[in-house]
Design a protein around this ligand. Structure first.
Ligand code: SF4
Length: 375
């Protein structure tokens, strides 16, 4: 089973915190030509494996017209063997989803919709330079559900400047009232190169303190669990087993083909990433070439990926698989470094799985880095 990720590098405007690659222009034609050329060029990348998930992310995929999306699907289904029950997701922004557009999406093969809500607080939305209001997001989720989308996810952010615990609680309350199946929740990060990072450097914004961050994360976990969500990955929660297939395959080391500028791919042997420039990406594809970098996967790189992605999830590190894929030496290395965290209760061993405990999840970065292989 394999996946396809398509990066759509367009946004109407840029949000202050975002470091994903995207352009604010709307010159979609060269992008579409290049994307279709890349599909044809890399049709054998996955060795003919059938496609179990397709994910359109960005950027803002909902900036593409319904006709452009149809063109992408016509080519995807012609070139790749897409399973009839594949999970097909579009990331969308609330301000793009008017009735006509939602109707259009329903005519396409999408069966999952992931919406960038971030917060329902209008002041915070303005600060983040989002383009919608809280009530608009609520209406749009309902509109999509009424149109027949039964598998919906929203993104939430916490740890926003000036956000208190009760503000975040209100946000969770509103999210839970939506009857959605999946929530991804991320702490605000001050990424280098973003407008937000510059604001921080100039003391124009004050991050929330660490104690409050931890309280918010605890509240999130408690409230979502009480509402029937499984906390299946550090930042992801799902109801009724509706985990994101795209992300889960990535965490479980399945191969995927990433199309579009800045998209990453993995074929089981090496990782590669396309250049993060629409012009350079499209220029190379005019000559049927891909402008990309490849990273050969040494056993140490693969082991570190395996440990890190495994620990992020509720399934943890599969010790039997670790031994089969990396040998006894790396298994023993992992167990030796895990020992003290097992003693202090940050890690738990459940049969052949090594998982973060409910306390360990709060210090996951430290635990992971202790298990990393250092040459
Ligand atoms: S957060 Fe989403 S909409 Fe905002 S700039 Fe980044 S990719 Fe674009």
């Amino acid at each position: 089973m394999a996946g396809i990720y398509i990066h759509v590098p367009f946004c109407k405007t840029r949000c202050v915190y975002c470091d994903f690659y995207s352009n604010t222009g709307s010159i979609h034609e060269p992008y579409l030509h290049a994307l279709l050329a890349e599909m044809a060029l890399r049709k054998n990348y996955l060795d003919g494996e059938s496609i179990d998930s397709i994910y359109l992310g960005g950027g803002t995929p909902s900036q593409l017209s319904i006709e452009s999306l149809q063109l992408i699907f016509d080519n995807l289904f012609r070139i790749f063997a897409v399973n009839s029950d594949a999970e097909i997701t579009i990331e969308a922004n609330p301000d793009d989803l008017d009735e006509k557009y939602v109707e259009g999406l329903r005519q396409l093969p999408f069966n999952r919709l992931s919406m960038g809500v971030q917060t329902f607080d209008d002041e915070a939305l303005r600060f983040l330079k989002r383009r919608h209001t809280g009530s608009q997001a609520l209406d749009v989720v309902k509109r999509c559900q009424d149109a027949g989308f039964t598998n919906m996810s929203i993104d939430l952010m916490y740890g926003l400047p000036n956000q208190g615990l009760s503000d975040f609680d209100e946000n969770i309350e509103k999210a839970l009232a939506l009857d959605i199946q999946h929530i991804s929740a991320y702490h605000l990060i001050y990424e280098k190169g973003t407008k937000l990072f510059r604001m921080l450097s100039q003391n124009e914004v004050r991050p929330v303190d660490e104690e409050l961050s931890v309280e918010m994360f605890s509240l999130l976990i408690r409230r979502l669990k009480e509402a029937g969500f499984e906390h299946y990955e550090i930042s992801n929660f799902a109801r009724n087993g509706l985990y994101s297939r795209h992300n889960t395959s990535y965490w479980q080391g399945a191969p995927y083909l990433g199309l579009g500028p800045s998209a990453h791919s993995f074929n089981g042997k090496n990782r590669q990433w396309n250049i993060a420039s629409l012009n350079k990406y499209a220029d190379a594809l005019k000559g049927d070439k891909l402008n990309a970098e490849v990273e050969e996967q040494t056993p140490a790189i693969r082991y570190n990926d395996f440990v890190m992605t495994g620990l992020r999830t509720m399934w943890g590190i599969d010790l039997l698989r670790l031994e089969t894929e990396f040998g006894e030496k790396m298994l023993n290395y992992c167990l030796k470094n895990a020992r003290r965290h097992l003693r202090t209760g940050l890690l738990e061993q459940r049969k052949e799985q090594l998982v973060l405990s409910s306390q360990g999840i709060f210090v996951s970065d430290g635990v992971m880095s202790d298990l990393m292989w250092v040459d």
